[in-house]
Design a protein around this ligand. Structure first.
Ligand code: CA
Length: 723
């Protein structure tokens, strides 16, 4: 990049925006294809179309990273999860926060240039399985593109932030959401959606970047087989389904990953889980259920199917293949192969031939007990011989959170390593007694209440057991030898996405509120700094005026934070989300933060055991996905054990009538009776008493804690025998 003359630094922000906008106009496919020629920028989601998240910048390196300090921070004024990858184009950062809000920010100073709020109705939040998050924008020819939580695709003028066009991408009567970042390939904006926990049919759509005109749509699962299918690929796929899946939707949402190979002109999409999860309910009698849990290669101009590889045939565990898709050229067996790499939820790390979709290799990167291995002859998993959870419940590794979720990996070609933000936790899967589809509710076909600790289990034991069962680590994986080279063990799961650089560095934020740098080749810890809040987003790096920066969206949240309860207790819940930007010798400071004190105000306990049990079941059916398992909130959403007396008085109005729906808490009066609400309140009141007893326990509690720790260890051992 040319050095900017001193007078240019004094430019007023409007002139600066205009200068930036000229450069944004020129941001086209050729520039993104050749992104390595301008390492100062971060032009697309994975930096390059191959999504390697590897920066060739070296000013910050393994020799000086210890001098990294905060350059500036930007408050997003949100308390929900932040997952975005900031896009950096010629001195301007474009990023997003919760509820799909977009900002343009001066990359030198952190000054806001513009903000755009798409005004997502807060009541849409209840349709989001996994928090009201957004993973970022795409920038192309003077426009910034964002997918909104409520299913719109909006093009903004890059200079002003004013909408240029907007299209609706979904059936608004169905519980679709968009959380993924759009990609732009050859003038078309590509966007998928989510919703397969609730009951939808997945697809990816392409829109003309200039006009918003829809160019094509590729459905990932077949529709009603009595009608013609949308493509020959779907006619073929329909033969792998049974029953009446289309009435619920079938699933297969394309909610996150895409990659593009310009030379082969192939667009790769990652396809999600079945809807419902349980295949015996979704497709009674079996079948592979294409193209669930598959990587599908399409022509970006037409959406035409080219090949697919299914990671989990007949998936029945929420094992999506929507995880990060990364392209690289690797020397395997003395031959340079054009490969595609993925660590999907099912726990195996895959290397495929990306020209043909042919299987090259796969090995488990975390503990896996649903399959023994992938048969190299067929490329199919060999499932364990225990009928999975069909006849009796099974503690299964990985859980629906996956061995790896959406958190991006990174590849360092110099070290030859892929860095995986890995998750180590199981779920007890159990068939439900019966299944009834409930519109706009969770429809997994798995008895998730059975996966919870028993209703009578002491809270402290539940917390200790959760902490023992739920772990996470950063794995440096050799994709050629298919084995781990080093790992960093973290306090718990759900840590940040990863960045690697030619400075022999790997950056990752952690759930317990740190941003850290490690040596890319050895994993040796080199630097870390406290961030006040847990980090889930991936860092990026860029350079302006010769200064290299590392930037990350810091804001704890997402699926695990919302739902995991005691297992998420270790995480840092900070003052609210921020964009944090670091440089060598940075001296900025975060303002001091003191977590506000909370008060337990339980009512006298009068409910009988039957009511408490009913409250436990209803809470875990309707409330726990957002407020946390066993009423322990691991996210920034209210911990209901700490309800104020005023909230307790208004409980029915909130829970049944939805008086707080403008905050995102909708009413559940169509699903719950007054007696149900009473039972839930009684259960929450009991949990408040449990916590109060713990807080006031003194030395007696300390002794109990010790014995509960031993009991939790014993329980973990018992559970591991069941897995
Ligand atoms: Ca899912």
């Amino acid at each position: 990049m040319k050095p900017i003359l001193a007078p240019a630094l004094a430019l007023a922000s409007s002139a600066f925006i205009a200068a930036g906008a000229g450069a944004q106009q020129a941001l086209d496919t050729a520039r993104i294809v050749n992104a390595d020629k301008e390492p100062q920028n971060w032009l697309s989601y994975g930096r390059t179309y191959d999504e390697q998240r590897f920066s060739t910048l070296t000013k910050i390196n393994d020799g000086n990273v210890r001098n990294l300090g905060l350059a500036w921070y930007f408050d997003t004024n949100t308390t929900r999860g932040l997952e975005a990858t900031p896009i950096v184009v010629d001195g301007v950062i474009y990023t997003t926060g919760s509820w799909s809000v977009v900002w343009a920010i001066d990359a030198r100073t952190g000054k806001q240039l513009w903000m755009y709020d798409p005004q997502v109705p807060k009541s849409w939040g209840v349709k989001a399985c996994c928090d009201v998050v957004n993973r970022g924008v795409a920038v192309y020819q003077g426009k910034v593109f964002v997918g909104t939580l409520d299913g719109r695709l909006v093009a903004l003028d890059a200079a002003s932030g004013k909408p240029a066009w907007e299209v609706n991408t979904i059936d608004r009567d169905k519980p679709y959401t968009i959380t993924g970042a759009p990609r732009v390939v050859k003038g078309k904006v590509l966007i998928g959606n989510g919703g397969a926990e609730f009951g939808v049919r997945g697809y990816v759509s392409a829109y003309d970047a200039a006009t918003g005109q829809q160019a094509w749509r590729f459905y990932t699962v077949p529709g009603d087989p009595s009608k013609p299918q949308a493509s020959a690929a779907l006619t073929k796929a329909a033969q792998t389904w049974k029953g009446e899946w289309w009435k619920i939707g079938g699933g297969g949402t394309v909610w996150d990953s895409m990659a593009y190979d310009a030379e082969l002109d192939l667009l790769y999409i990652g396809v999600g889980n079945g809807s419902p999860w349980n295949r015996d309910i979704r497709s009674p009698g079996g079948g592979d259920n294409l193209y669930l849990s598959s990587i599908v290669a399409l022509r970006p101009d037409s959406g035409e199917y080219v090949w697919h590889y299914q990671t989990t045939p007949g998936e029945t565990w929420d094992y999506t293949a929507t995880q990060h898709i990364m392209l690289a050229d690797l020397s395997i067996g003395g031959q340079v192969r054009k490969v595609l790499m993925q660590a999907p939820k099912n726990g195996f790390f895959y290397v495929l031939d990306r020209a043909t979709g042919k299987f090259i290799s796969a090995q488990p990167y975390v503990k896996v007990n649903w399959a023994t291995h992938i048969d190299p002859a067929t490329g199919r998993p060999v499932e364990t011989a225990d009928e999975q959870y069909r006849k009796k419940e099974k503690l299964t590794f990985p859980s629906p959170y996956g061995g790896h979720n959406w958190h991006p990996m990174a590849f360092n070609p110099k070290a030859g390593l892929v860095y995986i933000p890995a998750l180590d936790l199981p779920l007890l899967y159990k068939n439900p007694e019966s299944f009834k589809y409930v519109p706009n509710a969770w429809n997994t076909g798995v008895d998730l209440v059975a996966a919870m600790p028993p209703s009578g289990m002491p809270q402290v034991l539940d917390r200790k057991l959760a902490a023992l069962l739920a772990k996470g680590h950063l794995s440096a994986w050799d994709p050629v030898r298919q084995k781990e080279v080093w790992r960093v063990q973290h306090t718990g799961p759900w840590n940040g996405g990863v960045l690697s650089t030619a400075g022999n560095l790997v950056f990752q934020g952690t759930a317990d509120g740190r941003l850290a740098a490690y040596r890319a080749d050895s994993g040796a810890p080199l630097w870390e700094t406290p961030t006040q809040t847990g980090i889930i987003a991936p860092p990026v790096t860029y350079q302006v005026d010769g200064e290299q920066y590392v930037a990350v969206m810091a804001g704890w949240g997402g699926a695990f934070a919302l739902a995991a309860g005691g297992a998420a207790q270790f995480a840092q819940k900070g003052p609210g989300g921020r964009l944090l930007v670091y440089k060598l010798g940075g001296t900025a400071q975060l303002p001091p933060f003191q977590r506000p004190a909370r008060q337990l105000s339980p009512q006298p306990q009068t409910a009988n055991e039957a009511t408490l049990k009913k409250g436990y079941e209803q809470y875990h059916t309707f409330c726990a996905a957002c407020h946390g398992a066993t009423a322990i909130s691991g996210s920034m959403l209210p911990d209901l054990r700490y309800m104020s007396p005023a909230t307790q008085t208004a409980f029915d109005k909130i829970v049944l009538e939805g008086v707080y729906k403008e905050t995102g808490m909708v009413g559940f009066g169509h699903l719950l009776t007054k007696a149900d609400a009473d039972a839930i309140r009684a259960y929450l009141n009991k949990r408040a008493h449990d916590q109060l007893a713990e807080d006031q326990g003194g030395w007696w509690q300390a002794i109990k804690d010790f014995f509960y720790s031993i009991a939790a260890q014993a329980l973990k051992l018992l559970l591991s025998l069941k897995s």
